[in-house]
Design a protein around this ligand. Structure first.
Ligand code: ADP
Ligand code: MG
Length: 252
């Protein structure tokens, strides 16, 4: 199943080795090991509180790990500020609650970081932003403010905004779980299209249809550990652990 062991270092996007994290006394991530190949699509699932968000937030240093190694695209995440900045340039993230800047238009949301961080001119940043907004079918809303859009539209803007930074890796943390049911599909469709471009993706989601369609691997977490790791078909049809069986019986 695991073809990652004979992968050369240049083909690895993310390597997490014996990673541990505590919030105060609380041991939230325990000996996490995970290698992700460039272009791989990983779905991470597991009960609420199992550490999924914490794990992916460690990958761009929104949370700090205390032990073990995290290497992203060949750069070690070790608290060194220039390493963190370099990794953040390459790793985009979409959250459950979109986190758009409410006082800025859709277009300005998309051009801010490319201009500030990548040094693009306004014209170039706007050109790129309009192209990505078109890809997520929302270019006709570019002059609106986030509050004037539906949740699904805001999440598509958030995805376009991340893509404007031209990331090599995209992290998604339950991007559809705050959406009304009728808006989930429009966001998942955008994520499926992104997967088809070959983007390396780590998606925390319980959307099993999405996982079956695009995931190369499903990671199941519980109580701060990776408990199971398998193809979507094997995981959903034949979970190995009692914990995964219980989890799946609750969400399916
Ligand atoms: P998940 O995303 O799987 O629901 P989280 O990573 O958000 O899990 O949380 C894992 C555990 O860590 C939970 O018990 C949660 O209460 C705790 N936790 C999350 N963030 C913090 C924090 N900033 N300080 C203390 N505990 C936290
Ligand atoms: Mg979470």
């Amino acid at each position: 199943m695991n073809t990652i062991s004979n992968t050369s270092p240049e083909e690895i996007a993310i390597s997490i080795t014996d990673m541990n994290k505590w919030y105060g006394d609380f041991h939230v991530l325990k000996d996490v090991n995970l290698k992700v190949k460039k272009g791989e699509r990983i779905v991470i699932c597991g009960p609420s509180g199992s550490g999924k968000s914490t794990m992916i937030r460690c990958l761009n240093h929104l949370e700090e790990h205390q032990a073990g190694d995290i290497n992203v695209l060949g750069t070690q995440l070790n608290g060194n500020l220039s390493n963190i900045q370099s990794i953040r340039k390459d790793v985009g993230m979409c959250f459950q609650h979109f986190n758009l800047f409410p006082h800025m238009t859709v277009l300005d949301n998309c051009t801010l970081a490319p201009m500030l961080v990548r040094g693009l001119s306004k014209v170039d940043a706007e050109g790129a932003a309009m192209a990505y907004l078109k890809k997520v079918c929302i270019d006709n809303q570019a002059d609106k403010f986030p509050g004037q859009l539906s949740g699904g539209q805001q999440q598509r803007v958030a995805i376009a905004r991340s893509l404007c930074m031209n990331p090599s890796i995209m992290l998604f943390d339950e991007p559809t779980s705050a959406l009304d049911p009728e808006m989930i599909a429009e966001v998942l469709d955008v994520m499926v299209s992104l997967a088809e471009t070959g983007m390396t993706m780590l998606c925390v989601t319980h959307e099993m249809g999405f996982a079956r369609k695009v995931a190369d691997r499903v990671i199941f977490m519980d109580a701060g550990q990776i408990i199971e790791e398998n193809s979507p078909q094997a995981f959903f049809d034949n979970p190995q652990s009692e914990r995964a069986k219980t989890f799946l019986s609750q969400i399916l």
